[in-house]
Ligand binder design. Structure first.
Ligand code: ME8
Length: 591
């Protein structure tokens, strides 16, 4: 896909343009396949009808070409990923938050009409897993399989709408990592060298004097630091530093929020990158992917883990990723166009791996870079680090079981914008539940639909537009926020509408209007405005609170889901439509 010659994929020091060119078939013999070459260019610009129209009947008849066209005429999906969690950790608030953020973005894009591919999963190799498995008398694979089942149950509990769930111990991932390693090795990107120095087993990383704190010690986060002498394979990272700085400078939205981008640029401008050790001796660590060119070594966990973002597209036949691979690898069971990723959602602690190592790895593979690395902050509880050992934890499953999934999703997204650190307090959670969910949204929907039921037997009156303007404003603002992944801002706009509609009930007093037959028309107007506002709210809320939004639609007696943003347009409720049964959405709780 990139401006590099056949057989010399790497040319690592050369800046490689991350643009979609013609696929290899077209690129290799442009003279022989002029029509196909041109068709390829159109396809890359998603003008697939034009592309197909340009082919002759005999070209279309050739099955290879048809397959190629089929593969390439598919629109690129909006591809969003999360960090893959260490399988041996316990799912906690931070993991839940990140996955919910990605899920809301994925759902919003689908609601806005885009085709989406949402990938999440597990990081299963490494010394800690190997040691923990041995301690439990299990094989590492059996140990991972058990834990993976818990993590997958956790993802289901959060109602994540992922399209694929990667485990780095799966053959489809391992074979891809090996293929990439072979390719980079053949291209001279690695060298072998003996290293003598410091090593953190906990972080599975080499340290230098630069990593010392001012008092000469290493950060306790590194755990025990040992002195080590061993041979390993190294990746020539250093020489790509000027390219990376230039790339980040010329792609302002590559790292978001802005202050994280500045942090990376500051780091790159003030430090010389070290080459990256990409292996561990199998004698010390055998729970990893063997280097295909030297089985005495396994792949460094990050070189394995980061690659999940492309190994899964390859497994789905993504043409861009597949073109960077040796043709011997059979990855073309289906054909989804995914790469480059639109968003990698990650936490702040793994920014360097994603904003320094990963872009350089991709560049030397000849692949375009993800469009955005979206970096969220870390949660604390009661102002202190979340820690299992000190008991300072939030147990998402316990909270969900007691308060409901949507209350949990709402709190984390409403409380914390994507970027800064957040602080969970039980009192804060309960206050938002009572004020914004029970008394705000829940009360609005329940009283609006109950009055419609009581005063009009549940039959929707004639259309009336008193709340049309605030509803349209909320929809416009929500759409704009969702398009920029500003989830907290979107919730803010939605809640302005909730508040406005609750005020409307207080001002118009439908319960009084109902007592005066002369006010019947006015009561009709008020009831229409309230019911229709509830419907619009369901559509706006769908990405955030899917269960609640679905219940609102059901209580309104509407068939189908509130999962299409276009339905937020005012006037969807038709006169004479009969609503369903109102029921409280968020029962008030004494705390
Ligand atoms: O880092 N608040 O896995 P992980 C918010 N396997 N987010 C938090 C958090 C907190 N308190 N604690 C952790 C790894 N996270 C690697 C990733 S990706 C190719 C490999 C976030 O299980 C953390 O920032 O330690 C990261 O994005 C994610 O949870 C997984 O962390």
């Amino acid at each position: 896909m990139l401006a590099v010659e056949e057989g010399s994929l790497m040319a690592a020091h050369r800046p490689v343009k991350p643009v979609g060119g013609a696929p290899p078939l077209f690129r290799r013999h442009p003279a022989k396949h002029h029509n196909l070459f041109r068709a390829g260019l159109f396809i890359r610009r998603h003008e697939s009808n034009v592309a197909i129209a340009r082919l002759t009947a005999s070209e279309i008849a050739k099955t290879t070409f048809v397959r190629q066209i089929m593969r390439l005429t598919m629109n690129k999906r909006f591809y969003i990923t999360t960090a893959i969690d260490y399988v041996n950790g316990q799912p906690h608030l931070g993991h839940a938050y990140e996955k919910i953020v990605a899920d809301v973005i994925a759902r919003s894009r689908r609601s806005l009409g885009q085709e989406v591919f949402f990938l999440t999963g597990l990081d299963e190799h490494g010394q800690k897993v190997q040691q923990a498995a041995i301690a439990e008398g299990k094989t590492p694979q059996a140990y991972c399989d058990e834990l993976a089942a818990d993590w997958q149950a956790f993802a289901k509990k959060l109602e994540l709408t992922y399209d694929d769930f990667v485990r780095t111990t799966e053959p489809r991932h391992k074979q891809f990592v090996q293929a990439i390693l072979s390719r980079l090795h053949d291209a001279g990107q690695f060298y072998k060298e003996t290293y003598k120095g410091f090593y953190s087993t906990k972080e599975e990383t080499f340290l230098t004097d630069k990593d010392r704190l001012p008092d000469g010690t290493f950060d306790p986060a590194y755990g025990e630091v040992i002195e080590l002498e061993e041979s390993n394979y190294w990746f020539k990272l250093k020489e790509h530093q000027p390219w990376l700085i230039d790339y980040i400078k010329t792609h302002p939205s590559f790292i978001a929020p802005d202050y994280r981008r500045n942090e990376v640029l500051g780091f790159l401008n003030n430090n010389e990158l070290e080459n990256l050790c990409i292996s561990r001796p199998a004698s010390r660590l055998n729970w990893g992917i063997p280097l295909p060119f030297d089985n005495d070594f396994v792949t460094y966990v990050w070189f394995d883990a980061l690659v999940n973002y492309i190994s899964i597209p390859a497994a789905h036949g993504d043409p861009t990723v597949v073109s960077a691979l040796p043709s011997s690898l059979d990855t073309r069971h289906s054909s989804l166009e995914l790469w480059p990723a639109d968003i990698h959602v990650i936490g702040k602690d793994i920014l360097k791996f994603h904003a320094v190592f990963w872009p350089i790895m991709l560049n030397v593979m000849g692949l375009p870079l993800p469009k955005q690395i979206l970096v969220h902050g870390w949660w604390q509880k009661d102002g202190a680090k979340i820690s299992k050992s000190t008991g300072n934890i939030v147990e998402p499953i316990a909270v969900i079981n007691e308060w409901g999934l949507d209350a949990f999703r709402f709190y984390v997204l409403r409380e914390l914008d994507i970027g800064p650190d957040g602080n969970w307090t039980d009192a804060g959670f309960q206050a938002r539940y009572n004020a914004e969910l029970a008394n705000g949204l829940g009360n609005l929907v329940n009283r609006s639909l109950s009055m419609l039921k009581r005063y009009r037997n549940g039959v929707v009156p004639a259309k009336h537009d008193e709340l049309a303007a605030p509803a349209a404003k909320a929809a416009d603002e929500t759409r704009a926020s969702l398009q920029q992944n500003q989830l907290q801002a979107a919730l803010h706009s939605i809640w302005l509408l909730v508040t406005r509609a609750n005020q409307y009930v207080d001002q118009t007093k439908p319960f009084n209007l109902a007592k005066d037959p002369a006010q019947a028309k006015r009561l009709d107007e008020v009831l229409y405005n309230l019911a229709e506002t509830c419907r619009v709210l369901a559509v706006l809320l769908w990405p955030f609170l899917p269960g609640t939004a679905t219940k609102i639609y059901a209580q309104l007696g509407i068939t189908g889901g509130p999962d299409k943003f276009a339905e937020a347009a005012w006037g969807g409720l038709k006169p004479d439509h009969k609503i369903g049964e109102p029921a409280p959405l968020f029962p008030r709780k004494e705390t």
